[in-house]
Ligand binder design. Structure first.
Ligand code: ASP
Length: 606
């Protein structure tokens, strides 16, 4: 008996499987030592594998040799055990799925020893992220990380199953390719065979999926890796995963309908949540006017109110100057915000200066002797009638509220008020808990204009189709360029899906006419030669019978992060880079040998 090699490949259960009804069975389990307690006589071990944890009991009277081995075990040793499932009787551990039973071990095989781990394998691990990433093998053993990987699998599978059921083909597209622009910097891979030439890693499979539609592969989906060389933030990685789809012969509603139904299935699978369909549709213009951003958080009200008409009647310089310069004056009303302390509002003022505002004009609304009065901040500029009444009616503010103003260019005012709305609501607990508010934002402008250079750029990407009723604004028949005012009026057949103020994905109907596509390149400042060099294959394919087509991409990492309640996408990626774009585990990126560089025809400048 006892220290025999056990057939670990013949496990009867995983460590999360046993229940009260299994008492009396002989079982074979394998896993890691999560915890051990030596009570002198009896030794208890918590054995962990992907399925969960089972308590093992080693009794010196049942098997002294196995008991002896058990006493020598340490954290993260790997063992295989055979024993009998026994009921814990009155000692049920309600916190463990297997808490009704334990396994009384007769035989044990020590498969592998472990050094002392640099941190404890537990969910409330208190260590810095780089150490966790360096020892990701140990970090991933924590139940929370195991759950993250399992949730990711479940979500991906739900999505794949959905699209499979609806006739989408899973087709892979190249990783070594020519640049596919999505507005970020490309990663380049030098060619050994063609020294001096480079492949680009795809920023997305955008052009390939369009070519697949032109190739008659209607409909496509891919769990696609995308590469964008940009500065990292909490929810960005250099490489990330998109659920990428494309369909032929569709209008925006066809794509949106599939995506929202799929997301509802994901919400049900991941959270048991029933999502109301169809999701609300909000135009870009409305989203910017009411929420100040194109990814609105509609879980709470506190929407932005326009005060430009009212402000035009005041002589207050802080409002008048921006208005006279073509800007706007808007506000948000914080319900009950009059209770905010000076320290809180001063704090907001400092923070908003950090994003470019000159200050934070505000007033508190109060009631004194049956009369509504304005207090603090800029009250003295607004308290005369009829100004005060007009302000109250335009803003909808009531006694007890706080009005926060912003005056400046429309873009800045949107930015400042969107920040204020989100920050104040968060800090004052105005966002309802456990609410999942999805919406679509539609009718984006096709172009934006850089404030400084006045250059036109694509709001989505250069392959996005204008709305049919706005195509005339491109003045296709003219040889000269259309006026910029016209271009800025063109709306796109583009749509973003948003959850709780975070963009989950976006897409568009694409241009399927080569004349329109060439025109768009021209408007974006891509010369005819450059367009030929970079996109000749696309422009060519458009001339061989291109169907109307469109699609969308969802950010998988972000979806798993939100549904799993994680605060960073690094938590839901098995082997992510840290915020400095380094992989602490493998230490990538790293230097390469002189030999390798020579083969590639590359000489380093430093
Ligand atoms: N390629 C786009 C992106 O990565 C998505 C799409 O238009 O389908 O954002």
């Amino acid at each position: 008996m006892s220290i025999v090699p056990l057939e670990y490949n013949k496990r009867t259960h995983d460590c999360g499987a046993l229940r009260g009804g299994d008492a009396g069975k002989t079982v074979l389990l394998s896993g890691w030592v999560d915890n051990f307690r030596d009570h002198g006589g009896m030794v208890f071990i918590d054995l962990r594998d992907r399925g969960g944890i089972t308590q093992l009991r080693f009794n010196p009277d049942t098997d002294p040799a196995a008991h002896g081995i058990a006493r020598s075990l340490r954290s993260e040793y790997v063992v295989c055990v055979r024993g009998e499932v026994v009921s814990r009787g009155g000692n049920v551990n309600a916190k463990m799925a297997t808490g009704e039973v334990e396994v009384s071990v007769h035989e044990i095989d020590l498969l592998s020893k472990s050094k002392t781990p640099p941190f404890q394998i537990t969910d409330d691990v208190d260590t810095n992220e780089d150490l966790r990433l360096e020892y990701r093998v140990l970090d991933l053993r924590r139940p929370r990380m195991r759950n993250a990987m399992m949730l990711r699998h479940k979500i991906t599978k739900t999505i794949r199953d959905y699209f499979d059921r609806h006739g989408f083909l899973d087709i892979e597209t190249p990783i070594l390719c020519k640049s596919t622009p999505e507005g970020a910097r490309d990663f380049l891979v030098p060619s050994r065979v063609h020294n001096g030439s480079f492949y680009a890693l795809p920023q997305s499979p955008q052009i390939f999926k369009q070519l697949l539609m032109m190739a008659g592969m209607d409909r496509y989906m891919q769990v696609a890796r995308c590469f964008r060389d940009e500065d990292l933030r909490a929810d960005r990685q250099l490489e990330f995963t998109q659920i990428d789809i494309e369909m032929a012969f569709v209008q925006p509603e066809d794509v949106m309908c599939h995506v929202e139904t799929c997301l509802a299935e994901v919400a049900m699978a991941a959270l048991g949540l029933k999502v109301q369909l169809p999701m609300p549709r909000i135009s870009y213009a409305e989203a910017m006017a009411k929420y100040g951003k194109d990814a609105p958080d509609i879980r709470f009200e506190m929407t932005i109110k326009d005060l430009s008409a009212f402000a035009a009647k005041t002589d207050f310089k802080v409002f008048r100057d921006p208005l006279d310069a073509g800007g706007v004056v808007r506000c948000i009303v914080v319900p009950g915000g009059a209770a905010m302390t000076r320290k809180e509002t001063d704090g907001l003022t400092e923070e908003i200066k950090g994003i470019g505002a000159g200050g934070l004009p505000l007033v508190k609304v109060a009631e004194e002797g049956g009369k509504i009065v304005l207090q603090t901040g800029i009250a003295k500029f607004l308290e005369a009638e009829p100004i005060k009444s007009e302000l109250l009616s335009a803003s909808g503010a009531k006694p007890g509220d706080l009005i926060l103003f912003a005056a400046g260019s429309e873009a800045n005012v949107c930015k400042w008020l969107a920040w204020l709305r989100g920050t104040v609501a968060e800090r004052r607990g105005l966002i309802p808990k456990d609410t999942w508010a999805f919406c679509w934002v539609v009718d984006f402008p096709l172009f934006g204009m850089d404030d400084e250079t006045k250059n036109i750029f694509s709001m989505h990407h250069p392959f996005t189709s204008p709305k049919d009723e706005d195509v005339h604004l491109l003045h296709l028949a003219d040889s000269g360029l259309p006026p910029k005012e016209d271009l800025l009026k063109v709306r796109a057949k583009a749509y973003d899906v948003v959850l709780n103020g975070i963009e989950l994905g976006g897409g568009s109907i694409r241009i399927h006419r080569s004349d329109v596509q060439s025109r768009i390149f021209q408007l974006l400042g891509v010369s005819a030669e450059e367009a030929k060099l970079k996109f000749e294959y696309l422009l060519e394919a458009l001339q061989f019978g291109a169907p109307p087509h469109g699609g969308l991409a969802l950010g998988l990492d972000r979806i798993v992060m939100l549904f799993g309640g994680f605060s960073s996408i690094r938590e839901v990626i098995a082997f992510p880079k840290n915020a400095k774009a380094i992989c602490p585990l493998t230490k990538a990126p790293s230097e390469v040998s002189a030999e390798q560089l020579k083969e590639l025809g590359i000489r380093l400048a430093t």
